[in-house]
Design a binder for this molecule. Sequence first.
Ligand SMILES: Nc1nc2c(ncn2[C@@H]2O[C@H](COP(=O)(O)OP(=O)(O)OP(=O)(O)O)[C@@H](O)[C@H]2O)c(=O)[nH]1
Ligand SMILES: [Mg+2]
Ligand SMILES: [Zn+2]
Length: 365
Amino acid sequence: MPDDLSLLTPDLDSIGWTPALADWAGSAETVGRVARTSRGFCLVFTGGDALLAASSSVRSATGVAPSTGDFVTVVDDPEDGPSIERIADRSTALTRRAPGRVPEPQVLAANVDDVFVMHGLDRPLNLRRLERQLVIAWESGGTPIVLLTKADEVRHHEEAEETIAKIAPGVETLAISTVTGQNLDRVRARFTGARTIALIGLSGIGKSTLVNELSDGVVQRTGEVRASDRRGRHTTVTRDLIPLPSGGIVIDTPGIREVGLWQAHTGLAKTFPEIANAIPNCRFGNCEHRAEPGCAVAQGRMDGLITNARQTHFQELQSELDLQDEQLSEFARRAESRTKADADRRRDGERRRKAKKGKGRSKRR
Ligand SMILES: Nc1nc2c(ncn2[C@@H]2O[C@H](COP(=O)(O)OP(=O)(O)OP(=O)(O)O)[C@@H](O)[C@H]2O)c(=O)[nH]1
Ligand SMILES: [Mg+2]
Ligand SMILES: [Zn+2]
């Protein structure tokens, strides 16, 4: 496989194009799937040669920026060159809160079926980060699978697996190694047809190494981790969609440390099912699940189904999401009153101008 995404020419079927998408695209001349996004441009697999298309016009027209994994139509302007015209509704989207103060979403990968939440066994397990990763993975609408990488570097990984089983109920967890080949057959087995799987996790844990292993060649650059603290060097800097020769599609992403949640109440409930399922059975609608009579969560704690730590984490993340909801409605309210104030000002200005004109006329007379 060539080492440059832009040299790949996968056919449309193999990158997930469907008859339904063909209907949606109608008579569009060029269609395809976004393979990479960077600085106002998208690399698009079109069935023939990959092409570079500007993404700014669709962004300004719809407010939606194309993301890796999106199905799109492309127009070619004789003067300005190709640009993204339309983006198909996403069946799923792996989304986090964009870093920074302004609350806005950042789509990491569109139209994904599974999300591999990856952790390197060569470093300590950060359960809080893993919980957040699981929340955004569930919220995407795809299915999370936890991959513990570099199993060859540790003698025992059973402990990590047991810990993860507790915080990721119902989520398949696999310890893998690209050095010994451990469990790679099971990873490969998930890539069938045009199934799309996104990889997320810290820098240096082996995402791109896995991609190269799956694609039987070097498509992605990989980088050594710093020996002192196992920190990765942020080798991958773009979100890349790579069709695998044996079927299936993988989306490699840059390592992320900050996993901000974006409107992820569903993902939260799926990550903490034992708590989310209990809450509707509390006697009071505004139950805070401390010592209220008839609290189903307290009952769950007593029955050993819910741990204090899990409840605390759940409630912290829920407060974070509630706060975000409030912030967003506040933003919307302010934007609305700004629009109204603008309209009022325009109307007043108009009135004043008319009045002035009227006066001028009377003077002249
Ligand atoms: N021992 C061992 N090392 C591995 C394994 N997988 C990856 N590595 C090494 O881990 C280092 C980082 O791998 P990358 O694939 O670049 O990591 P990444 O997750 O893509 O990192 P970013 O692109 O920075 O986010 C490289 O030196 C790899 O050789 C593994 O299964 N076992
Ligand atoms: Mg990488
Ligand atoms: Zn309760």
